[in-house]
Every structure is written in structure tokens, then in C-alpha cells.
Design a protein around this ligand. Structure first.
Ligand SMILES: Cc1cc2nc3c(=O)[nH]c(=O)nc-3n(C[C@H](O)[C@H](O)[C@H](O)COP(=O)(O)O)c2cc1C
Length: 258
């Protein structure tokens, strides 16, 4: 079984960097064949744009999906993307480590998605959601926040981290992954990482233990529930009676200002 780790943090000595190291060693010990994309250390270029394409389907006007599809069809996708795509598609398990930055993912990781989820090769009209190329593969995100667990909860001042994560992880569902319930470690870089708890462990030591337990008991981790393709009508809208798993896809507008 193959696992691929993507680390989106500029400092390998950071807690995220340490988590990624622990992921590698824990999975290797459990018998996984593990690859790692340490995006900053590897110098991955996250900016999709015309500079990546020497020949163009349309040399007048750059359109990212047109170029991605053209180069996928002609076997001329940029080499750095080919390398990332191959590690992504070979893996049975993808683990993604990132800190929450401005309620989103670091631009590096977003750019990795923009470039590596190649239109025409990783997704297209008939190859997404239930029929996505990564169906039968699992994906697990490990997200750290500086804010405390209380302030990242449903009634916390920062807003609910689990809701923030939903659109961040939806691209992985889009390409077919079984997206496991993400793991959050809150208060990292804040008091939790500085003050010792009653057992003499720092907060991050405890988080590390919890993370290794998650990886060790991976089969027990639940999946994020999503609607299936059959839940939608020909207009791509939710069928009456279809289940609702959250505020993003629902039977009625649920914005408080409506
Ligand atoms: C640019 C930037 C934006 C950040 N935005 C948030 C945020 O929106 N919410 C939050 O809780 N923490 C935020 N933080 C704090 C980081 O999430 C925190 O430092 C990180 O999770 C700690 O992990 P690390 O030690 O591996 O960097 C931000 C940090 C930076 C540098």
C-alpha cells in the first residue's frame, strides 16, 4: 500500500514539519510505502500561468483549463506537475499537512491543487465526484490553528474550523477521494505549545501522540459525508428528500441574512 504526504509549511522544524515526519515514520513502520512532497523545500511553483507552457493551445489568451487539457492530451504537461500527479495518483492514502492561514490553506497548497489537479487528466466532466479518478482512495488532512479550540468551535469568535475546512477539502472530494474526517490541532504556536500540562508534556507533545494514534487507527476514522451523484437532478440541484450533510448543500438557503 502506498501513502503520499503533502506538507505545506515554509519551515521543516515547525510543528507541521514535525507532524509530517511522524506521519512518514508511523506509516513506514506500519508497512506503507511512503512518498513526501515538502512543497516549500522542493521549491514547487504554485503559480499556474503561461510561463509553464512553451507551446500553447491558444497563444493569444491564456486560459488555464484549455492549456491543462491540451497538454494532458498531448502528453506535454509540465514535468513538475507530472511528478506530483504521479505521486498523487499512485497513492492509496494521501495525507496533507497545513496550518490554517487566514481561514484557508497556505497559497502554496492552493497553488499545488490549481496545477496538479490537471483538467483533462485528473478531472473532467465525466470523471469527478463519485466517478473521480481517486475513488477508492482515502485522504486525511491534518490542520493546525493558532487560535484555541474554544475560539475555533461552533460558537467561537474565529468561526467554526470544521466549516472553514469544508470548502478547503472539497477539491479532494471533487476528484473522488474518500475524505476522512480532518484532524485539527488548535492553539499551536500559542500557549498550548509553550505551557506544560499536568503530565509535564507540552500541548504539542500531546497532539503528536494523538496524531500517531489517528494514523495507527486509520481504519476507525470516519469519512466526511457528501451527497452522492444520484442525490442531484439534471440541473445539478439537490433532489427533494436527498440527505443534507451541512450548510453548503441544502434544501433551502441558510444564510442568516436571507
Ligand atoms: C499568514 C498567517 C495566517 C494565519 N491565519 C490564522 C488563522 O486564520 N487562524 C488561526 O487560528 N491561526 C492562524 N495563523 C496561525 C497559524 O495557524 C499557526 O501559527 C500554525 O497553525 C502553527 O503551526 P506551525 O507551528 O507548524 O506553524 C496564521 C499564521 C500565519 C503566518
Amino acid at each position: 500500500m502506498k501513502a503520499h504526504i503533502v506538507l505545506a509549511h515554509p519551515e521543516s522544524k515547525s510543528f507541521n514539519g514535525q507532524l509530517a515526519k511522524a506521519t512518514r515514520s508511523t506509516l513506514q513502520t506500519a508497512g506503507w510505502e511512503v512518498t513526501l512532497s515538502d512543497l516549500y523545500t522542493d521549491g514547487f511553483d504554485p503559480l499556474e500561468g503561461p510561463g509553464h507552457y512553451q507551446t500553447r493551445a491558444d497563444s493569444e489568451r491564456f486560459h488555464a483549463q484549455t492549456e491543462q487539457r491540451f497538454h494532458a492530451d498531448n502528453d506535454s504537461t509540465p514535468q513538475d506537475v507530472v511528478a506530483e500527479k504521479s505521486k498523487l495518483l499512485q497513492a492509496d492514502l494521501l495525507v496533507v499537512h497545513f496550518p490554517l492561514w487566514w481561514f484557508g490553506m497556505p497559497a502554496m497548497l492552493k497553488g499545488w491543487i490549481d496545477r496538479v489537479f490537471v483538467y483533462g487528466a485528473v478531472y473532467r466532466g465525466q470523471m469527478r465526484y463519485d466517478t473521480g479518478i481517486c475513488r477508492d482512495k482515502k485522504m486525511l488532512a491534518c490542520i493546525t490553528t493558532g487560535a484555541s479550540e474554544a475560539s475555533c468551535s461552533f460558537n467561537g469568535r474565529e468561526g467554526d474550523s470544521r466549516l472553514h475546512a469544508w470548502p478547503l477539502l472539497f477539491p479532494f472530494r471533487y476528484i473522488g477521494f474518500d475524505v476522512l474526517e480532518p484532524v485539527f490541532f488548535h492553539g499551536v504556536g500559542g500557549v498550548a505549545s509553550i505551557e506544560a500540562d499536568e503530565d509535564g508534556l507540552t500541548g504539542t507533545d500531546l497532539f503528536m501522540q494523538q496524531w500517531v494514534e489517528v494514523l495507527t487507527d486509520l481504519d476507525d476514522r470516519g469519512s466526511t459525508p457528501y451527497n452522492t451523484d444520484d442525490d442531484f437532478d439534471e440541473n445539478k440541484q439537490l433532489n427533494p428528500g436527498a440527505p443534507v450533510f451541512g450548510p453548503f448543500i441544502s434544501h433551502r438557503a441558510n444564510t442568516p441574512w436571507d
